[in-house]
Design a protein around this ligand. Structure first.
Ligand code: NAD
Length: 334
């Protein structure tokens, strides 16, 4: 029996979480869910969107599944998601974008993985005004964080049969900060001679991903570029409703959909639960439940390809609940 922290999240979070739990249950994996409240619900109940109990539960269990969280506006809190990543030192953000045949997209056979550094760069929160009319945000890059994220990318490539790692940077302009990242990437790459290594300047990378995505495999980059390019990759496979993310550190790992809480669809039984289900697939693989992960992913791919019992964004007429119920049946007989 696995013990896993569960944060249902805000907006559409509870609906896609219910759908995901149903699917995990159908795959026969036994999980004891340690449910904790964060986000808007916690702000109402406890006066803070990130109560200490959330961090404590994640530290105790070392693993969590999380729905999207709305960052309350005007509460003085930066972002709960960024705070969680910082508190638990979840330094690696892994975002695989893979084509599901049958999804309307201009591209076929996309299979890209963005490994985004999660703890520094322009997300360190070091910002200040210079007088009334200028502002400075400090970009922090360290050798330690750069080396560990590049090592993570190469280890992921080795463990998952990947062939190439591309380091993405802007070292031609940001000679010190991105220069240090690139130097660290080259140093670590030398330790993995079995994996091809190359580097790309981020603006060129954005164009290359649109023109020739098939040339890329695993990409590793500092925080801001990872934030932007992982959404670009999500676009290549048909949108945010399908793409999962994992935040991984030495002590804990937190799995979530890439999309947000889509408040306008709250309670409407309308949105696609696939990104959250795929986050659970990543989580199950991390827990060593590889067979269950494979069964869920295959069943979801089959259902999407068949085009029946899928939500409106996938061209169907099913609601969140109906899509999950059909998927659960498909998994039970697989
Ligand atoms: P969003 O991802 O919530 O929604 C943007 C649009 O994408 C939606 O209006 C909808 O059309 C579509 N969409 C998103 N998820 C979908 C799904 N599962 N199925 C079908 N369509 C889907 O982005 P937003 O509106 O910019 O953000 C809303 C809130 O979510 C904000 O408070 C933001 O801070 C938060 N957010 C949280 C996370 C997270 O928890 N990791 C990530 C992004 C945004």
């Amino acid at each position: 029996m696995h013990e896993v922290t569960l944060i249902k999240g805000d907006g559409i979070g509870p609906e896609i979480t219910e759908a995901t739990l149903k699917v995990i249950d159908a795959a026969g994996v036994k999980i004891n869910w340690d449910e904790v409240s964060a986000g808007e619900a916690a702000l109402e109940e406890f006066g803070t969107p990130l109560p200490e109990a959330v961090i404590a539960s994640l530290k105790k269990n070392g693993i969590g599944l999380k729905g999207p969280l709305t960052t309350p506006i005007g509460s003085g809190f930066r972002s709960i998601n960024v705070a969680l990543r910082m508190e638990l030192d979840l330094y690696a953000n892994l975002r695989p974008s893979k084509t599901f045949p049958g999804v309307l997209s201009r591209y076929e056979d996309i299979d890209l993985v963005v490994v985004r550094e999660n703890t520094e760069d322009l997300y360190s929160g070091v910002e200040h005004m210079v007088g009334a009319d200028a502002a400075e945000s400090i970009k922090i890059i360290t050798r330690k964080a750069s080396e560990r994220i590049v090592r993570f990318a190469f280890d992921y490539a080795v463990d998952n049969g990947r062939k190439k790692v591309t380091a993405v940077h802007k070292a031609n302009i940001l000679k010190l900060s991105d220069g240090l990242f690139l130097e660290a990437a080259r140093d670590i790459a030398g330790k993995y001679p079995q994996i091809e290594f190359e580097d790309r300047i981020v603006d060129n990378m954005a164009m290359q991903l649109v023109l020739k995505p098939e040339q890329y495999d695993v990409m590793v980059m500092p925080n801001l570029y990872g934030d932007i390019l992982s959404d670009l990759c999500a676009g290549l496979v048909g949108g945010l409703g399908l793409v999962p993310g994992a935040n991984i550190g030495e002590e804990a790992a937190l799995f979530e959909p890439v999309h947000g809480s889509a408040p306008k669809y709250t309670g409407k039984n309308y949105v696609n639960p696939s990104a959250m289900i795929m986050a659970a697939v990543l989580m199950l693989a991390y827990l060593g439940e590889k067979e269950a992960a494979r069964r869920i992913e295959n069943a979801l791919a089959e259902q999407i390809k068949a085009g029946r019992d899928v939500t409106a964004d996938l061209g169907g007429t099913a609601g969140t609940k109906e899509m999950a119920a059909a998927l659960a049946e498909r998994i039970k007989v697989s």
